[in-house]
Design a protein around this ligand. Structure first.
Ligand code: CTP
Length: 399
């Protein structure tokens, strides 16, 4: 999760009755960590699952449960609580609450707040599979969508009742991602973006191989930022230990050759290609079918290498090439190495940094190389940089 990406956002977090209330404790923490202020409002049923005291401690603000709460001096809690809100998020949203929303009912504080709102409303349904599939629920959800209410999820899988199916609430982290995505500027709507990320692994025998220290963090951060900017994102990843960003289509590969083939299969449909992967330049020309064993007196193994395809340069040369962006981690003289690499790969934009000391780090300092010159961006968290880069790429697409 990016640091402080929701700074200044004020959210009313409305909780209704359901076991998934436990997920809201974590969601509140994530939203707070991202800089949002969170005003929790609970229905009477929600207080049966988690206490207002817990939610008050996590949100750092008093929790409201009743429309007759005397703490708001004009007795207008239903108006006052949402007055400064950038959005109301109902999580978990019970079957009953979705029905109330669909019909504009206002018989408690939270439902009244929703009817009186002057801001977007997001709902995160949580219920048993049969309740979700019930035609009345489906009718209500369709009505909510038609009323421009964002429906996040539900997820599919094991449920508290012991059944399996659609209806369970998104995990806290996925709910957080969907909320962050809602607030992102949709500068890449309608664009298909292909991204390579992470290292590649070039085998020498069934257990050994050559790889590098790329963590994939920058490529995954870009995939997340592009998705949040409204793009349809296809992420081709080498071996990394990272979770797939929410809403991103991910394909895993091992070798440079597999990455090349995976890219070539989908590149024709893409508007933008961002090569972030640290692709191995060489692979062994012969991969032993058996584990190489050592024996006393035996000569040390020797390997000969052949060159891997240059994925970025190949894509940039396609007759209908997407807008191509390269990455380069240089160990010295970034100013001239970066520009030379951009010209060599024939890409309009190359992002350079002084690596490999940035591999695996959470922040990065980068320079944009393009025909018009070089622009250095201040050191920042990789997620913040990714958002800036996506905005920069989007700006170049329209020009
Ligand atoms: N790249 C690629 N395929 C390769 C090698 C590199 O697509 N076989 C892409 C990377 O994803 C990155 C850019 O090219 O966007 C630059 O990668 P880098 O490893 O710095 O380039 P090389 O051509 O390998 O240059 P060097 O000799 O400095 O390693």
């Amino acid at each position: 999760m990016a640091i402080a990406e929701l700074t200044g956002k004020h959210l009313v977090l409305g909780m209704t009755g359901g076991v998934a209330c436990y997920k809201i404790a974590e969601l509140t923490r994530l939203l707070g960590k991202a800089g949002a202020t969170v005003q929790v409002v609970m229905t009477e049923a929600a207080t049966q699952f988690i206490t207002p005291v817990t939610m008050q401690a996590l949100s750092g603000r008093p929790v409201y449960t009743s429309q007759w709460d005397a703490r708001i001096d004009n007795n207008m809690a239903h108006i006052d609580l949402s007055r400064e809100a950038d959005a109301i998020v109902i999580a978990p949203a019970s079957t009953d609450f979705l029905a109330k929303l669909a019909h504009g009912m206002a018989d408690d504080l939270l439902s009244t707040l929703c009817v009186a709102r002057d801001c977007p409303l997001l709902v995160v349904p949580a219920m048993n599979r049969q309740m979700w599939l019930n035609p009345a629920t489906q009718r209500n959800v369709a009505q909510l969508r038609a009323d421009d209410i964002q429906v996040l999820g539900p997820d599919s899988g094991a449920q508290a009742c012991g059944e399996t199916g659609d209806g369970r609430m998104l995990e806290a982290s996925a709910t957080y991602e969907a909320i962050a995505s809602f607030f992102s500027a949709k500068v890449l709507t309608g664009q298909r973006v292909l991204i390579t990320a992470g290292p590649t692994f070039e085998p020498l025998d069934p257990v050994r191989g050559l790889t590098n220290r790329s963590s994939g963090k920058m490529g995954f951060a870009l995939a997340r930022a592009a998705q949040q900017a409204g793009a349809e994102v296809h992420l081709i990843a080498g071996p990394v230990a990272l979770a797939t960003p929410w809403g991103v289509n991910r394909e895993d590969v091992q070798t440079a050759q597999q990455m090349y083939e995976a890219v070539m299969r989908v590149v024709a449909q893409q508007h933008v290609f961002i090569g972030v992967a640290a692709v191995a330049d060489w692979r062994a020309d012969h991969v032993s079918a058996h584990k190489l064993k050592k024996a006393p007196g035996q000569a040390l193994p020797t390997f000969t290498f052949i060159e891997n395809p240059d994925i970025l340069a190949t894509v940039a040369q396609l007759p209908q090439a997407p807008y191509c962006v390269g990455f380069a981690a240089e160990s010295g003289d970034l100013a001239s190495n970066g520009e030379q690499k951009r010209l060599r790969k024939k890409v309009p934009l190359l992002i350079g940094n002084l690596g490999p000391q940035t591999f695996g780090q959470d922040d990065n300092e980068i320079v944009l190389f393009e025909a018009s010159g070089q622009t250095a961006l201040p050191r920042a968290d990789k997620h913040e940089l990714a958002r800036t880069l996506i905005a920069e790429i989007a700006r170049r697409l329209v020009h």
